[in-house]
Design a protein around this ligand. Structure first.
Ligand code: EZ4
Ligand code: CO
Length: 400
């Protein structure tokens, strides 16, 4: 079998997505996601102008060699544009393999290690009472784990809080966001105290600090949250300085998750080998595909680090499908983030995965089981988009 052609599609059914389709001379094709929120066209160009010409004529089964060719062969390594583009190629090739062998992708990754994939939903509210009610809706739907984010008194809005509830865009760009760590640190523990009072100890509760704290502030938050035993505290600080996590770790037993923006294992090398985190958030699209993610999971397993794939709505159903096959097969799976896509998105990307009896299931279609309706997608042209920005109360630029 040979790769005959490949095309990049950009569409916006509710939000932007970039999709790669690789065609073979035997009529089988594969799909990959390379959506990079706010920088979509850079990845599309990297693929069309640089990677696709290198793929024609190659054997699509050679996922390892093609990955090395695109990564090592470029000389220039890493970076979200490069790694998202390589990821799309890798996802599409694994999809082709599954279809050619007529088996779901998970069977090529070691087979099922569990019956279903535990996911967490996103609950948000303007204040604590509203957030507590929203968490209840997910528990009623059968979710075993829920992430809770609440508005902070004195701040007009904050990350993860929207007027929309079940379906919302976490990276909606409005006026510039305003931030104050001191106000946030006073309120966050009260939210989780209220949640435990209302729902008891069984449901897993998660929280995302979205890169806004310093290590010592994160240590304080982790300590304050200990009585409410979170499943994880995510992205408490930015993680360019991996050593910063030593400081957090020595002060708190709250489990730590990080890595949704990491693009290779080198972003997490120290975090893993020093056991400074509990969950690694890298997912298929940002981490360069299934090929490297399998290796990273095996490496993390040796250090008691579990997986916790990023799964916000800016990752297309193609990434979600591929991630679910990965999740169900790796032995050190932890949890999978699951924000439901808008109806238009699901219609453009018909998929085999489904939520049933508290778990997500990858489905039994060959490959990753996600399709792309090109005709329908053409009705939703690309719309320029940017992620929000964040400033402190005095106007200083801060992390969003
Ligand atoms: O802000 O995917 O845990 N989930 C997140 C997401 C990210 C978006 C950025 O594009 O932090 O909501
Ligand atoms: Co996050």
């Amino acid at each position: 079998m040979k790769i005959k052609d490949a095309k990049v599609f950009v569409c916006s059914p509710g939000r932007n997505f970039v999709t790669l389709k690789i065609y073979t001379d035997e009529g089988i094709y594969g799909l990959g996601d390379c959506t990079l929120n706010g920088r979509e066209l850079a990845v599309a160009s990297y693929l069309t102008d640089h990677l696709i010409p290198c793929l024609i004529g190659r054997d699509p089964f050679q996922t390892e060699d093609i990955w090395q060719y695109l990564y090592r062969g470029a000389y220039w390594r890493k970076g979200p544009v490069t790694m998202s583009a390589i990821a799309a190629v890798d996802m599409a090739l694994w999809d082709i393999k599954g279809k050619a062998l007529n088996t779901p992708l998970y069977n090529l990754l070691g087979g099922k290690s569990r019956t279903g994939v535990m996911v967490y939903g996103h609950a948000n509210g303007r204040d604590i009472p509203e957030t507590v009610d929203e968490v209840g809706k997910f528990i009623e739907m059968g979710y075993l784990a829920v992430r809770a984010q609440s508005g902070v008194p004195g701040l007009p809005g904050t990350y993860g809080v929207s007027k929309d509830k079940m379906f919302y865009e976490p990276a909606e760009r409005g006026p510039e966001n305003v931030w104050c760590s001191e106000k946030y640190l006073l309120q966050a523990p009260k939210l989780f105290e209220a949640l435990r009072l209302r729902y008891g100890d069984d449901v897993h509760l998660l929280h995302d600090a979205h890169h806004r704290l310093t290590p010592i502030q994160a240590a304080r938050l982790g300590k304050d949250l200990e009585p409410f035993h979170l499943f994880w505290l995510e992205d408490a600080v930015t993680a360019e300085l991996q050593e910063g996590f030593r400081l957090i770790r020595q002060h708190t037993t709250t489990p730590l998750a990080v890595g949704e923006i990491f693009d290779t294992v080198w972003d997490a090398n120290l975090l893993i080998t020093e056991q400074l985190i509990d969950y690694l958030r890298m997912t298929v699209v940002r981490g360069g595909g299934i090929t490297p993610l399998k290796k990273i999971a095996a490496f993390a397993e040796m250090y008691h680090v579990q997986t916790g794939c990023h799964g916000a709505t800016d990752l297309s159903p193609v990434t979600m499908g591929a991630a679910l096959h990965f999740d169900i097969s790796v032995s050190n799976f932890g949890i999978q983030e699951y924000m439901r896509h808008a109806k238009e998105t699901d219609e453009v990307f018909p998929h085999a995965y489904f939520f049933k009896d508290s778990y997500l299931h990858p489905g039994e279609k060959p490959g990753h089981g996600v399709e792309y309706d090109e005709k329908l997608a053409a009705k939703f042209p690309y719309e320029r988009a940017y992620l929000p920005v964040n400033r402190k109360l005095d106007g200083t630029m801060w992390n969003w």
